[in-house]
Design a protein around this ligand. Structure first.
Ligand SMILES: [Zn+2]
Length: 466
């Protein structure tokens, strides 16, 4: 029988490993953060843009320097691996090296890693470049330990998580799936269920009259920090949330500042587009032709729980539905407002579309860009147990797995969970921002603890029969 004893000696050995590699680990995170790997136009050898490709190369370089075997899967995704293939399948972690755009309001260059009071700050440091480096060092531990692995382990490194997950689609189409996979791209303790994710566009049918331009947001899955509009009006006043400037007689520029954050966790955010839309309606700026559309999207912006637009729903497995209008723009004279909706099992994507179309009436067309059903793995799954027990062993907590509204890589696999490394319950200083927000930050001591959790988890997973 295959066994690995996880006793005091083993834990002390892991601690020594982590301590010895701490500064290298931070250096490697900074190497990855320095690449602005936002999706760009496809180029030869770079299906998701040259910066995503550079980040993938950088991560594989780091892995190779650690002595791990590496494989670039057609520049869409890559992996580092440890252990021999024994024909019994393999275990995996999956993270990503692409990021969302930096957005406005950073206190320093987002792509230069900063260290302050034990925190690391930079775009992607938490989502998901730091965790990518943690996985590589977890494999490095397995390599250095000299243990004979029952299952080889791959650290998958995606290059397109933020804008479509075509990386993992490509991988699962062309490579065998892992026996079990955990994805350090979310919160601890462990996520065994993910809400359905619905992305759509609400497209105006009217011709612009008084609202000539409107734009805001950087991504459909982020609450926007900034929105602007150019409107025709006689006289406008600035308010606490919207700044009005007369550009030329009868033409005004409106600017609103909100608080950004991830669309799946809208609590505490302020949607800048919502501020502009409210201002337009309160000041009666839209013409009769424009009014139905702005009234319609104001229902979406009224509340992030979807109650304004009739989408409110909840169930026993998941937290209540969220609905966020993350991005607005004008294309070919039509206003396009995105909608990001995270839903549980008491409503479906079809039902969401039906409700939106009813509310839109003749004012807008409703286009569905993506709809992924909710994902759920049972708590009695031995691999889920191995991971949560490892988490509790290392932290001394008695945590239980949970479900979330975010979509992680896990939903693409039949046997997978999302597993840290964020601790939203641990308070952060004011200079720390959230994932997808400004001044994205991670606590270094949390990362080191997470590395230990991942190493212990992989050791335990090695002992399971799949
Ligand atoms: Zn991520």
């Amino acid at each position: 029988m295959y066994s690995i004893v996880i006793d005091e000696n083993r834990l002390a050995d892991i601690d020594r490993f982590i301590q010895a590699h701490q500064s290298d680990l931070v250096r490697d995170i900074s190497r990855l953060v320095s690449i602005p790997s936002v999706e760009g136009p496809a180029a030869p050898g770079a299906p998701f843009g040259v910066e995503s490709r550079r980040a993938l190369d950088c991560a594989l370089d780091i892995a190779a320097e650690l002595g791990l075997a590496v494989c670039n899967c057609e520049n869409k995704i890559g992996y580092a691996s440890v252990g021999e293939d024994r024909g019994a399948g393999y275990l995996a972690t999956i993270t990503h090296v692409d990021v969302v755009p930096a957005g406005e309001g950073w206190t320093a260059d987002p792509f230069t890693l900063r260290e302050r009071d034990g925190y690391l700050i930079g775009r992607g440091v938490m989502d998901d470049k730091g965790p990518s480096v943690l996985c590589l060092y977890a494999l490095k531990y397995l390599l250095d330990s000299g243990l004979t692995l029952r299952y080889p382990v791959r650290a998958l490194l995606g290059a397109n998580e933020e804008t479509g997950m075509l990386d993992i689609e490509h991988y699962l189409k062309n490579y065998p799936a892992p026996l079990f996979c955990f994805s350090p791209d979310a919160d601890f303790p462990l996520i065994h269920g993910e809400k359905g994710i619905y992305h759509g566009r609400l497209i105006s049918r009217h011709t612009p009259v008084n609202v000539l331009e409107i734009s805001g947001g950087v991504a459909a899955n982020a609450v926007p920090a900034k929105a602007v509009a150019k409107v025709r009006a006689e006289k406008l006043r600035s308010t606490g949330s919207v700044h009005a400037v007369e550009l030329e007689p009868g033409f005004w520029q409106l600017t609103a500042a909100g608080i950004s954050g991830h669309a799946s966790m809208p609590q505490g955010t302020v949607n800048a587009i919502a501020l502009i839309v409210d201002y337009l309606l309160e000041n009666e700026i839209p013409s009769d032709e424009e009014l139905p559309y702005f009234r319609f999207i104001s229902l979406l912006h009224a509340s992030a729980d979807g109650s304004g637009i009739g989408l409110r729903s909840s169930d026993d497995c998941f937290t209540p539905l969220t609905a966020v209008g993350g991005k607005i723009s004008v294309e070919n004279g039509r206003i396009i407002q995105t909608i990001d909706c995270r839903y549980g099992i008491s409503i479906s994507g079809e039902a969401i579309t039906k409700i939106l179309k009813e509310k839109a009436g003749d004012a807008a067309d409703v286009l569905v860009d993506a709809d992924n059903a909710p994902f759920y793995v049972g708590l009695d799954n031995p691999a889920v147990q191995a991971c949560i027990e490892s988490y509790n062993l290392v932290t001394g907590e008695h945590a239980v797995p949970m479900t979330i509204g975010g979509g992680t890589y896990a939903r693409h696999f039949s046997n997978a969970v999302a597993f840290g490394p964020e601790h939203p319950e641990r308070p952060c200083p004011e200079f720390c921002g959230p994932i997808h927000g400004v001044d994205e930050a991670a606590r270094l001591s949390d990362f080191l603890e997470a590395l230990k959790i991942y190493i212990v988890s992989l050791l335990r997973l090695e002992t399971l029969d799949f």
